[in-house]
Design a protein around this ligand. Structure first.
Ligand SMILES: [Zn+2]
Ligand SMILES: [Zn+2]
Length: 365
């Protein structure tokens, strides 16, 4: 009888362990996404580390595709189809890489160094980086913020009010609507404090000026989302007013409650995307809300001086905004907070279940 109980105990333990391993493997596979370099293993990426002009490594084409996707490689210049990049680390790729390193505020090496590769696999906004600096503000010495080509903005006399609404159809259920609304209200308020614009939530999605929704994969605007991490969100320049978030992300409003390693701070992404909706493109200042990338479990939702100067050069200042506040503005960065442990260690639960089950088997009918 003791032998039977011991056997059933271990049988249960082994079965549950196998099930858990399968679930873990399946979920890690779900993290792969079509930005090919992001789905490569670290060991595989190490093959490219330090690669420079003149080298030929199978897989360089994925890095070319990445730079093309985010606005650094003009396919007409290299006269080949975007889906068919060569594996040569050529001069055109080198100059694109240099532009990327300069834009992202990295050390400009012109090589695929480990810091550059690490930046490329960091989750980011899907809006391509606009390298056109001709529209940058000329009055300040610090001019890292960038507009969209043509400097579009919401027209009409200031102050004005814009309405926003959440799609009733394209939403997520991992957060409550109340949590989503609260995160967005805070994000809109950050911008409204510095410019003469007021944002009001509306129930009328069809007529709202800014339409917010969570979408999966290909959702009809030519910019399909890619699953967990990779591209997190994208939005459109004024006065289109569309703000799209990838429904596949583990959106979080409180890292104390969400212990997923791939959790993404909704308020930080919302603040960034509202910047696009208002007319700002990506900034090179790493602490700015308009910097294109955001690591999992990183919070960066407070406006940086660079964000404030950028948006004020489009709309002017909020009369209640005190310019001396600029110096006290600091980014709210808390990188990679370690996820808290699960509420109750899983192995203890499994062990207890196995123990109870062995009783049931032995004493059962
Ligand atoms: Zn962006
Ligand atoms: Zn979209």
């Amino acid at each position: 009888m003791l032998l039977t109980r011991t056997f059933s105990f271990f049988f249960f333990l082994v079965t549950i362990t196998l099930v858990l391993i399968t679930i873990t493997l399946a979920s890690s596979h779900a993290h792969a996404h079509p930005i090919a370099i992001s789905s490569r293993s670290m060991a595989d990426l190490a093959r490219f580390s330090g690669a420079g002009r003149g080298t030929n490594i199978t897989g360089i084409s994925d890095f070319k595709r990445y730079l093309w996707r985010f606005g650094y490689l003009n396919v007409h210049n290299i006269n080949i189809n975007s889906t068919c990049f060569s594996e040569d680390f050529d001069a055109i790729f080198e100059s694109a890489l240099i532009r990327y390193q300069r834009k992202l505020g990295l050390q400009v090496t012109g090589k695929l160094d480990s810091i550059t590769i690490s930046q490329m696999i960091t989750p980011r906004c899907g809006v391509p980086d606009n390298n056109d600096h001709t529209h940058t503000h000329q009055m300040h010495s610090v001019k890292n913020f960038v507009y969209f080509p043509g400097k579009p903005r919401w027209s009409g006399p200031m102050p004005t009010t814009l309405t926003y609404a959440f799609s009733p159809e394209y939403t997520i259920h991992t957060l409550s609507l109340r949590q989503i609304r609260r995160a967005f209200r805070r994000a809109f308020t950050r911008w409204a404090k510095v410019i003469p614009l007021t944002f009001v939530e509306s129930d009328d999605y069809v007529f709202a000026e800014i339409k917010i929704g969570f979408y999966s994969g290909d959702h009809g605007d030519g910019e399909p989302f890619d699953g967990v991490l990779g591209v997190l969100a994208h939005s459109f320049s004024p006065e289109i007013g569309r703000l799209h978030l990838d429904a596949a992300e583990t959106w979080a409003v409180d890292f104390g409650e969400s212990w997923s390693e791939v959790a993404v701070d909704l308020e930080s992404v919302a603040t960034h995307e509202i910047g696009h909706v208002l007319g700002l493109s990506h900034s090179s200042v790493k602490e700015a809300v308009m910097y294109p990338s955001l690591r999992p479990r990183e919070k960066r939702s407070r406006l940086h001086i660079d964000d404030v100067r950028g948006v004020q050069s489009l709309y002017g200042s909020n009369p209640h905004f005190i310019s001396s506040d600029l110096s006290s503005l600091q980014s709210d960065i808390s990188v990679n907070q370690a996820p808290p442990p699960p509420p109750f260690p899983l192995f203890i639960i499994v062990f207890l279940c196995a123990y109870l089950w062995s009783f049931f088997v032995v004493s059962g009918p």
